[in-house]
Design a protein around this ligand. Structure first.
Ligand code: KG4
Ligand code: ZN
Length: 336
């Protein structure tokens, strides 16, 4: 079974070919850069870019993989959650192409894609595992028992961790996306004793809250002139605060659930400091740590092709129309 995966939930156009037997055959990504000037993703611009880029990207993916469009057995696409217009571009193309080829199309949950992405790697985690999904739109801890069996143990009450990186980068004038920019600046900072809060770590529970951290950063930024040195020190303090908070919650969730496998997924999972800290932490605890390669932490077509292939191979069919679900709670998913 050869599945074409299409991801267009936000500002990345991702496509991939996943073969049930041979695994990942090819993948390609177009990252929209036009949003940087606006300090964040502009939904209408994202949709227009997907319209322009998606078909040519699929074309070159098939050509590079030496696959004819007629060889496809199914098409999986992100049906939500995400930006409505952006999702609709992927859904319309996937559904039309599948209709023309008389093959099935399946709408995939974007977060299920992220949760399963580490299984694309050679060192793949078996079920069950504890997953921490940290992206621009979500921050959550989930008990993952099998395909479609997810229990959310805690999530953010407000901003996602990635959002905290992005908004703070904007405050510091470091550009968009904020995660990599803060990370690069942090590598040159850290000389001061400046410390930002670790939200909700002083009380029990697995919930997160990152909106206050941005306010703390804004106040700290006002204390002194914002020169290059100060920017890097603030970036360092912010990264330490976010990473520390995530590590504390992971440790807590591991203790509560007794899981011996920890999976990190989502764009913030590409953060090197987070990986470094979790590597040390899990080694101490005797827990196996898994994460996808950085390119599969951020949005990509491979995770959608893979999640779709698993569900299709398990017999799931989807007679749905072109509808997308911009808001689609992960807890609504069930096994195929
Ligand atoms: O998973 P993703 O590509 O999109 C969503 O589904 O949201 O995550 C994007 C987020 C952005 O907020 C970006 O700043 C963050 O992931 N990110 C990082 C890093 N690379 C991307 N955050 C921290 N460190 C990074 N290296
Ligand atoms: Zn994502």
């Amino acid at each position: 079974m050869l599945v074409l995966g299409i991801e267009t939930s936000c500002d990345d156009t991702g496509v991939a070919l996943y073969d049930r037997d041979a695994g990942l055959r090819a993948h390609a990504l177009f990252s929209q850069i036009g949003h940087a000037a606006h300090g964040g993703v502009v939904p209408e611009l994202a949709s227009r870019d997907h319209v322009q880029k998606l078909l040519p990207l699929i074309d070159s993916l098939l050509r590079e993989a030496g696959v004819a469009v007629g060889d496809l057995d199914a098409i999986a696409y992100t049906a939500g959650p995400g930006l409505a217009g952006a999702l609709l571009v992927g859904a319309a193309l996937a559904r039309s192409l599948a209709f023309a080829l008389a093959i099935p199309a399946l709408g995939v949950h974007h977060l299920e894609g992220h949760l399963l992405a580490p299984r694309l790697e050679a060192q793949a985690p078996d079920f069950p595992f504890l997953a921490m999904l940290v992206s621009g739109g979500h921050t959550l801890l989930a008990d993952v028992r099998a395909l479609g069996c997810y229990t959310i143990l805690g999530e953010s009450r407000d901003d996602a961790a990635g959002e905290a990186f992005d908004k703070s980068a904007q405050v510091l004038g470091l550009g968009y996306p904020g995660g990599p920019a803060i990370s690069a600046a942090a590598a040159r900072g850290g000389a001061t004793a400046l410390r930002l809060p670790r939200p909700l770590t002083d009380r029990p529970g697995l919930e997160f809250s990152f909106s206050g951290l941005k306010t703390a950063l804004v106040l700290a930024a006002r204390e002194q002139p914002l020169d290059d040195r100060r920017r890097c020190d603030l970036a360092y303090a912010l990264q330490e605060a976010i990473v520390d908070t995530l590590v504390v919650k992971c440790r807590r969730a591991l203790a509560e659930t007794g899981h011996t496998r920890l999976v990190i997924a989502g764009g913030v999972g590409a953060n090197e400091r987070l990986r470094e800290r979790l590597t040390d932490e899990t080694r101490e605890l005797g827990v196996a740590l898994y994460y996808p390669r950085p390119a599969f932490c951020t949005d990509n077509g491979a995770m959608i092709a893979y999640a779709g292939c698993l569900r299709l191979a398990a017999g799931q069919t989807d007679e749905g129309g072109f509808g997308v679900r911009p808001r689609w709670p992960l807890s609504e998913l069930s096994p195929p």
